[in-house]
Design a protein around this ligand. Structure first.
Ligand code: HSE
Length: 420
């Protein structure tokens, strides 16, 4: 039986989940894999907090984990950018194999962390950093290696998927569902990272970097949150047969990468439309494998622990650690993208208004696929116009909208449509 000493950096929900899984499943792991993992030291912020973990394992000195020569594998679940990123680099430089769930540290310090792994020939494993239990990193790195991946579309944030699923089902307003999600512990007291799309952007940076073999920095990802989505948008989309999701989209075309996170309509018969509640899914297209979807739990202590312990086993059994297959050339980011656009606007209900709106779209090469005028005039003599364009350039749609007279058109909402 091989015995391997493990150090933890952090011991919140996820760390405690890993500890519990190693305790409860350790016997089977020993039988199946012939390895006994022994947690030797756990870095915590406060030694006083009550935890179901022996007090003797706890330390508040990072060097007790990072510099302990007995510790071969370091698992990080502190979260946040710093000091986590610096600890990851130090552990790698000390020749330790690192297993992390920290998408923020990894995405924000990708080059530095990967360089440390390469320079010191240390192992770097991060399955849990994207979509919790779903084995999407391993799928991209290993199972789909024989593919040129052309696009990734993911529901990679559970909190926003929960909120949008309920808004769609109940016709409820964003603020009301968010407050409920916070009461249920499904959204953070400060929900910014989730609802503004930062969490999804970190994950998309990692996924697209691996899929396209180019470093796609977080800052290069177009990001738009979901706080402006209204029940009226959800309802109008449904009338066009569309379901609203916060989608992370990455595509590689002609050597350029487009990467974006924003509210997105998908056709209601698209596999992503059926992904409800706090579930995650990643829809991948490859030139050889075709289209496939990975679905499961993207967060929570045990789903995340499942991915972390699987990395632990893989790391322990690997003689030569793989490095991410990413070339050093800078990534060319696409400056524009094409997709179907849903455009809803409040417009004056008077002769020629529609013709002016359509004329402006036409001047910018934006072709209308469908259009409806909704409801009665409001107190300002305006109605809701809802358009679905054919595939059109984002820049052209934006330009056209910016040229429409403010006294004619107001309260414009633009939502991209994918999967058609
Ligand atoms: N807050 C994230 C989510 C989980 O809602 O999916 C961790 O990334």
């Amino acid at each position: 039986m091989e015995r391997i000493a493990v150090g933890f950096l952090g011991c919140g929900n996820i760390g405690c989940g890993v500890y519990r899984l190693l305790e409860s499943f350790g016997g089977e792991l020993e039988k199946n894999e012939g390895i006994r993992f022994e947690v030797r030291r756990i870095l915590v912020r406060s030694l006083e907090k009550t935890r179901a973990i022996p007090r003797a394992l706890l330390t508040d000195r990072p060097e007790d984990v990072l510099n302990d020569p007995q510790i071969a594998l370091v698992m990080e679940f502190m979260g946040g950018e710093e000091p986590a990123a610096s600890y990851l680099v130090r552990a790698l430089q000390n020749g330790k194999t690192v297993i992390t769930a920290n998408k923020m540290a990894l995405a924000s310090h990708w080059e530095e962390i990967v360089r440390a792994a390469r320079d010191y020939q240390s192992g770097l494993y991060y399955e849990a950093s994207v979509c919790g239990a779903i084995p999407i990193i391993r799928a991209i790195n290993d199972s789909l290696q024989a593919n040129r991946i052309t696009s990734i579309m993911g529901i990679i944030n559970g909190t926003t998927n929960y909120i949008l699923s309920r808004m769609s089902r109940e016709g409820a307003a964003y603020g009301d569902v968010l407050a409920d999600a916070q009461r249920l512990g499904l959204a953070e007291p400060d929900p910014t990272a989730d609802v503004e799309g930062y969490d999804a952007a970190y994950k998309l940076s990692i996924l697209s970097t691996l899929a396209f073999h180019r470093h796609v920095p977080v800052e290069a990802i177009y990001r738009e949150g979901m706080t402006g989505v209204t029940p009226l948008d959800v309802q109008c989309g449904r009338e066009f047969g569309l379901t609203l999701k916060l989608l992370a989209v990455a595509k590689m075309e002609g050597g350029a990468v487009e990467a974006r996170v924003h509210p997105t309509f998908v056709p209601e018969d698209h596999p992503l439309a059926s992904v409800g509640e706090a579930f995650n899914a990643v829809y991948v297209s490859g030139h050889a494998c075709g289209e496939m979807m990975f679905y499961g739990r993207g967060a929570g202590d045990m789903p995340t622990a499942s991915a972390l312990v699987s990395d632990l086993i893989k790391a322990a059994k690997t003689k030569k650690h793989p490095l991410p297959a990413v070339c050093d050339e800078p990534c060319t980011m696409a400056q524009d993208w094409q997709c179907v656009h849903f455009v809803r606007m409040r417009a004056k209900d008077e002769p020629g208004a529609l013709s002016q709106v359509c004329g402006t779209f036409a001047r910018h090469g934006v072709s209308i696929a469908s259009m409806v005028q909704k409801g009665e005039r409001d107190e300002g003599g305006c109605v809701q116009l809802v358009f679905l364009t054919h595939r059109a350039s984002e820049r052209a749609v934006r330009l056209a909208l910016s040229e429409m007279a403010r006294d004619l058109v107001s309260k414009v909402s633009v939502i991209r449509v994918e999967g058609r």
